[in-house]
Design a protein around this ligand. Structure first.
Ligand code: TRP
Length: 417
């Protein structure tokens, strides 16, 4: 059952709501109220689900520290399908998050057999896109980050083969490098808390990456020395593998607490106060003090042909370096939410919510909500036909690309080795 979501499959993803209820992903609409400002990608129903985003929304609202991290696998040129996650990262940095971008060259090399030289070239293109969007924060390539690799090793003490088998369907002939790339991603997600300080960390991803998120949340928990639990009338700090001295320190930090074999019970305090002090004590004894990472899940932008947007289907994507004529041609040939005949479309109207081009406008090309509404209404009412809409969309995309390429050139110097 767990194998229904596989990060390396090229299958289009299954019914998103069903997956959410099955895997315990919550609807994002339940936490957006906390945010001082709801970004367009949540407002427009692009980012739809989350795990534990409440702690991130709280941090944004109260201006307390948090991290935002995501990763890109350099297995081809970046394209419009990657833009959303990039914008999510940039937005969270503006909201006060400390930013981290990982280029998953280990994964690209291990799973997609991309030569290192190409990983490097593609990776730098991704970084250029991010900087062009205004990203400020840290960036690294997995293969060149020694502290990351040490953290991956530490994380690997908490994961065994049967877990990899049940999460990813690994078999006895799965390459060891594939397993290493998984544990490297676990380390990526925990890395900001080691590089900087323990703090809530949000990882924006597509639903296909959820297995990695679940695995990492488990590892983060297993690497803690303590768990803090709310009981009836008191807080219990339980040692998982804390040194005896660390548990003693917890006892001493709370006058009136009672120390037992393996746990300390604390009356008259709150869970969040006790958690903060337990974390400090853990750190002072050489522990990690990890916050369990959070995630958001977005819908995928459909390919221009209606299926998945993927580098392996050239007609489905628009890359950032594509010549204008090719872009125009792909858009004019795109699948739409139009009806079989003109007469039918005039009478019934089009189906924008199923239309890759409308969704392209919704995801990226039309910033103004009322302009987007107008496009939707003109389509629904049968007033605007697909030919006209395609032309207008092509112009928007070309204008976006001209501007974006200029920005990419201007930030070339920010992409270091
Ligand atoms: N596996 C991701 C992909 O296929 C890339 C990735 C590597 C990543 N490390 C990450 C994504 C950490 C999110 C967080 O694109």
């Amino acid at each position: 059952m767990n194998q229904e979501i596989n990060p390396w499959s090229s299958q289009p993803t299954v019914d998103i709501e069903k997956l959410f209820s099955e895997f315990g992903i919550e609807p994002i609409s339940e936490v957006t109220d906390i945010l001082p400002e709801v970004p367009y990608f949540m407002r427009r129903g692009i980012v739809v689900g989350h795990r534990d985003y409440g702690q991130i929304a709280d941090a944004i609202r109260h201006k307390t520290p948090f991290h935002i991290l995501t990763g890109f696998m350099p297995s081809g040129h970046p394209h419009l399908g990657h833009l959303l996650v990039m914008k999510e990262v940039v937005w969270h940095v503006i909201q006060g998050g400390s930013g981290y971008i990982t280029i998953a060259d280990r994964e690209a090399h291990a799973v997609r057999e991309i030569p290192w030289r190409l990983c490097d070239e593609y990776g730098r293109e991704y970084l250029k896109c991010l900087f062009a969007l205004g990203y400020e924060g840290k960036t690294y390539f997995q293969s060149r980050n020694d502290r990351l690799k040490d953290l991956a090793f530490e994380a690997s003490t908490k994961v065994n083969f049967s877990e990899l088998q049940s999460i990813y369907g690994f078999s006895p002939d799965t390459a060891l490098a594939h397993a290493l790339s998984v544990i490297t991603q676990v380390a990526d997600i925990l890395y900001p808390q080691v590089d900087s300080e323990p703090a809530p960390t949000v990882v924006p991803v597509g639903i296909d990456q959820d297995p990695h998120i679940r695995l990492t949340r488990g590892v983060a928990h297993k690497l803690r020395m303590f768990t803090v639990e709310e009981r009836d009338g008191y807080i219990s700090v339980r040692s998982k593998n804390a040194p005896a001295k660390a548990l003693e320190d917890v006892h001493r930090a709370f006058p009136g607490s009672k120390k037992y074999e393996g746990h300390v019970d604390i009356p008259g305090s709150t869970c969040s106060d006790v958690s903060a002090i337990a974390r400090e004590i853990e750190l002072s004894h050489g522990g990690f003090g990890f916050f369990t990472p959070s995630s958001t899940y977005h819908r995928f932008i459909p390919g221009l042909q209606g299926g998945k947007m993927s580098s392996s289907i050239p007609e489905s994507i628009i890359t950032f370096q594509e010549p204008d004529e090719a872009v125009r041609k792909k858009i004019m040939a795109a699948f739409t939410g139009g009806r079989p005949t003109l007469a039918e479309q005039k009478e019934l109207g089009g189906e924008p919510d199923k239309c890759p081009l409308f969704l392209l406008n919704l995801f990226h090309m039309v910033e103004d909500d009322s302009e987007l509404d107008e496009i939707r209404n003109r389509c629904l009412s049968g007033e605007m036909m697909c030919g006209q809409c395609k032309k207008e969309t092509a112009e928007r995309v070309l204008e976006f690309l001209r501007d974006f390429r200029g920005k990419m050139d201007a930030v070339e110097h920010l992409v270091s080795l």
